[in-house]
Design a protein around this ligand. Structure first.
Ligand code: HEC
Ligand code: HEC
Ligand code: HEC
Ligand code: HEC
Ligand code: HEC
Ligand code: HEC
Length: 374
């Protein structure tokens, strides 16, 4: 922060000099000596207006400062740097979700492929927002607001899966689609199960440890897609969706400090407190006021209990180990579909809050595939 401020004031001095002397070309040339100054120098042509525009965002009272402080408490900021190396791994197949450059590449190409980035940087403000384009608060517009054509569609087992948060509660413009683009599952290529097909698939012990939909299952569960339900068209979208949007639960309902009191919500985005319980206080003000209280803790507890039943079935059948990993072996499509559903609900982490009906359907369907549902 300090460095940024010092640097910023330096830029301001350069701009101010440019304005006072009315000879814009000269002082700008000087600023160009170090890389970043050069870019900002170009904006010096706006003269006095340029300065006040900068100060609109770059001052200690502004949203910028508040959001930076919150963001520094997010998992994105804290853990992002330790995972950014994935951006140059596995042929670029990780970079969309684990780096700034990969995400912006996938957005520019309108697909789910970030490409390889040896010089990748972790997520920052400009990953989601259009920083320094117009130098007005318009720059806080998102890069990506369209419905997400799910990555799973690249596998023949799935078709036409799309998740869209536009017009979901408090999100008329689909800002949460930014979240869904990263928080979506990955497919498993040749070993993606299809429970309508008889026969088996072999998963090696090495592949089994990572087999499944990957961690970012939230967008799929929220949109009611990406798992297996029933036997006729098991991958069809369920049609159930949560009432809220990602940002309405993880970022909104906030006081002017922009968080729930210990850097929860806002740009910190997490809802789990230091004592490892979930902050439902701000949710309950609304839910209780409406009279018809939704028992949020109750939803999580009951979904967790149901999920544990499927987990036990999978362990009893020797498909899954006690850590929740698939065990290498030759499994039927239905068995793998049951494990997929288990992992999708597990990796969503919300146990029914993102989409209770769909989470329950996945668990019930998983048990039906194993024949343990009665
Ligand atoms: C709409 C708000 C906004 C305006 C207006 C704005 N900036 Fe920024 N600026 C940002 C944000 C957001 C960042 C990223 C901060 C971070 O990463 O924590 C940033 C970062 C910077 C940085 C750090 C280096 C970098 O590029 O990341 C400098 C220097 C900077 N701005 C200078 C300026 C100057 C000079 C102007 C006026 C010509 C200006 N800014 C106008 C929002 C703004
Ligand atoms: C560029 C990809 C990307 C985008 C966009 C993104 N996330 Fe994330 N998110 C991640 C990754 C990756 C992690 C895991 C931490 C890490 O390695 O950075 C994560 C972690 C999280 C966590 C914490 C999970 C935990 O285990 O503690 C929450 C909550 C979260 N994101 C919510 C959101 C919301 C809400 C949005 C949209 C406003 C969003 N994310 C947008 C990639 C993304
Ligand atoms: C479609 C987006 C996406 C892709 C592609 C992706 N990830 Fe992730 N990954 C995520 C998200 C989102 C999280 C965090 C989810 C959460 O915490 O609930 C995550 C979490 C992780 C974690 C766990 C981090 C931790 O310790 O909490 C690891 C490890 C990981 N990813 C590795 C990889 C690797 C390796 C690849 C490429 C082979 C990859 N990811 C590709 C979205 C993705
Ligand atoms: C993971 C995506 C993501 C990242 C990274 C991110 N933001 Fe945001 N930001 C959002 C979303 C979504 C909203 C809308 C939140 C809401 O409406 O409650 C938002 C809202 C804002 C707003 C309010 C805009 C308005 O029009 O009122 C500001 C200011 C802002 N962000 C600044 C920042 C700054 C500064 C950073 C970096 C420190 C940052 N954001 C990083 C997603 C992100
Ligand atoms: C501004 C008011 C308001 C706040 C604050 C609020 N909710 Fe809601 N919530 C609603 C309304 C309205 C509904 C729709 C009620 C219905 O379907 O009966 C709803 C429905 C839900 C549902 C069931 C439908 C679904 O989305 O699956 C859940 C779960 C839920 N809210 C969770 C939360 C959580 C968690 C929080 C806090 C992070 C929260 N709510 C905060 C107004 C609110
Ligand atoms: C109805 C409110 C609500 C909505 C809508 C919602 N979330 Fe959540 N989310 C929660 C709650 C509550 C948890 C559980 C918090 C926990 O266990 O840390 C959670 C958990 C998560 C986690 C795991 C956090 C962790 O600490 O392990 C991530 C990541 C996440 N949500 C991302 C998203 C994304 C992306 C969206 C939009 C697709 C979304 N959420 C929509 C309320 C919501």
């Amino acid at each position: 922060m300090k460095e940024l401020k010092q640097f910023f004031y330096l830029v301001l001095v350069v701009l101010a000099t440019a304005t006072m002397s009315c000879t814009k070309e000269g002082p700008q040339g000087e600023a160009g000596k170090d890389g970043k100054d050069g870019i900002d120098g170009t904006n010096g042509t706006d003269g006095a207006n340029g300065n006040s525009t900068c100060m609109e965002c770059h001052n200690d009272e502004s949203d910028l400062f508040l959001k930076q402080t919150q963001f520094e408490h997010s998992t994105h900021f804290v853990d992002g740097p330790s995972h950014v190396g994935y951006a140059n791994y596995a042929g670029g197949s990780c970079s969309m979700c684990h780096s700034n450059e990969g995400f912006l590449t996938a957005v520019a190409n309108d697909n789910n492929s970030g490409g390889s980035h040896p010089e990748a940087t972790p997520m920052s403000c400009g990953t989601c927002h259009q920083i320094h384009k117009t130098y007005t608060t318009d720059d806080y517009k998102m890069h990506y607001t369209k419905a997400v054509d799910m990555y799973l569609n690249e596998n023949d087992v799935f078709t036409g899966l799309e998740v869209d948060a536009t017009s979901q509660y408090s999100d008329p413009n689909g800002m949460s689609n930014t979240c869904i683009k990263c928080h979506q599952p990955r497919h498993r290529g040749d070993t993606q199960p299809d429970p309508t097909v008889d026969g088996t698939l072999e998963i090696s012990a090495g592949a089994a440890a990572h087999w499944g939909p990957h961690y970012g299952a939230q967008g799929a569960i929220f949109g009611g897609v990406g798992g297996y339900v029933g036997t006729t068209d098991p991958t069809a979208p369920s049609g159930t969706k949560g009432h809220h949007s990602c940002k309405s639960c993880h970022m909104s309902f906030i006081a002017s400090t922009g968080n729930y009191g210990e850097y929860l919500g806002g740009h910190a985005m997490g809802l789990r407190k230091g004592d490892d319980t979930v902050e439902f206080g701000a949710c309950n003000t609304c839910h209780t006021d409406r009279g018809a209280t939704i028992d949020l803790e109750g939803i999580m507890a009951s979904t967790k209990a149901l999920h544990a039943l499927l987990g036990q079935d999978l362990m009893d059948a020797g498909i899954m180990d006690a850590e929740g990993h698939l065990i290498g072996g030759t499994w039927t499509n239905k068995e793998l579909a049951a494990y997929w559903n288990y992992a999708l609900v597990k990796n969503d982490h919300s146990y029914g809050i993102h989409n209770k009906e769909y989470s329950e359907s996945l668990i019930t369907a998983g048990r039906a595939y194993l024949g343990t549902n009665n």
